[in-house]
Design a protein around this ligand. Structure first.
Ligand SMILES: *Cc1c(COP(=O)(O)O)cnc(C)c1O
Length: 378
């Protein structure tokens, strides 16, 4: 489409750059790797990748092969490391697209060695260690032996080793700190074996913000770069980070006038009764939902709240009973400020009963992006 979209999110890349600088300050001597998984946390993987590369990120990490290839095809030239998200037989494709695979078991190692052999080149890999998250990775107790096997492969270069210990509260912080000790011991044991990967990494946003001790040489950051708080505000000061989403907006694609009668009740769509309604092109398919907690949700039209009365697959219906002068084409603010009123990402998170991160990935992820300050250079 060449005309402006009916619904769009406004993303401030200057805020991303300021957040990157603040992460760099907190990281001290550690390298900063940007996490661009989940479509750049909803903000658009390709444009975010470009911006982070301009900011000077050491590399970009993602778990989505299509998004990584899209970034490459868009001219992102720096290191792109895959967290996972593929089978061993896809490693050849990754290497072909200059993406660095993560491996965590013998099948992955055998596949990488096979690719190196058939392509006649050195293949760099990262090892992912499971230090307690119990998701993806070679168990920390088996990691020393696995790293030795990787190092012994003549055409494999062990470029990095990392683990993931994210947390969101004080209990999690204790868990992360204890499990970090296991990874720390592993790195010491590897050093004793003469294995020194270029990159070692444990902390993401929560560990960096909490200032947990760290003997690795890199951090991999997502949430803080996007101005999403990984911890409750009392757990650590996140005040130096700004949300990079400045607005979610739409234009009314239709205004309806209804006279008397019963409001539509056709399960699962229950439209509240309103004489005047407005329609926004944003629906369940875009991550829109009904209120999880039964609290009224609203958007702003002409500076006033317009309650949401129905959510369907492609459309959201609002009541314009109190805003009679509203017309098709009027701007609708779903996130942002208008006159004295405002709606925030946090409001949607509370209505949906989820985290702001989940709102960013689901609700902002699918709509058109308008980037401000995209041309900013450092
Ligand atoms: C997503 C991810 C990160 C970044 O986490 P944030 O909390 O968003 O900073 C770091 N490491 C791994 C392995 C990840 O998957």
């Amino acid at each position: 489409m060449t005309a402006a979209p009916a619904t769009w999110v406004e993303v401030d890349l200057a805020a991303l750059e300021r957040n990157f600088d603040e992460v760099t300050r907190l990281a001290g001597p550690r390298r900063v790797i940007g996490a661009i998984k989940a479509n750049g946390y909803g903000f658009g993987a390709v444009d975010i990748a470009r911006a982070l590369e301009r900011c000077g990120a050491y590399g970009l990490w993602t778990g989505n092969v299509e998004e990584a290839i899209a970034a490459r095809n868009a001219g992102v030239a720096g290191k792109i490391i895959m967290f996972g998200g593929y089978l061993p037989e896809h490693i050849d494709d990754l290497v072909h697209n200059d993406l660095i695979p993560t491996i965590y078991d013998r099948n992955g190692l055998a596949a990488a060695a096979q690719v190196a052999e058939s392509r006649g080149r050195i293949v760099p890999v990262y090892i992912k260690v499971d230090s307690g998250l119990r998701r993806l990775g070679v168990p920390v107790a088996a990691a020393q032996e696995f790293a030795r096997a990787v190092s012994d492969e003549p055409r494999i270069h062990l470029e990095g080793i990392y683990t993931h210990l994210p947390f969101a509260d004080p209990t999690g912080r204790g868990w992360a700190n204890d499990n970090y000790a296991l990874f720390h011991d592993l790195l010491n044991n590897l050093a004793r074996d003469g294995i020194h990967p270029d990159i070692t990494q444990v902390w993401g946003s929560s560990g960096l913000l909490a200032g947990l001790s760290d003997s690795t040489n890199a951090v991999c950051i997502g949430q803080l770069l996007y101005g999403l708080a990984p911890l409750p505000s009392n757990a650590a000061s996140a005040t130096n980070f700004t949300p990079i989403v400045t607005a979610l907006k739409a234009r009314l694609i239709h205004v309806g006038q209804h006279h008397g009668g019963q409001a539509a009740i056709s399960s699962p769509y229950v439209l509240g009764r309103a004489e005047r309604t407005g329609v926004i092109a944003l629906g369940t398919a875009d991550g829109m939902r009904s209120s999880a907690i039964g609290q009224p949700m609203y958007v702003l039209v002409r500076g006033r709240p317009a309650p949401i009365i129905g959510v369907t697959l492609e459309h959201t219906v609002v009541s314009l009973n109190a805003i009679h002068e509203a017309e098709p084409g009027d701007e609708v603010i779903l996130i942002g400020q208008s006159d004295q009123q405002s709606v925030s990402l946090a409001d949607w998170a509370s209505w949906f009963d989820c985290s702001p991160l989940e709102v960013a990935v689901s609700l902002l992820g699918r709509v058109a992006k308008h980037y401000e300050n995209a041309q900013l250079t450092l």
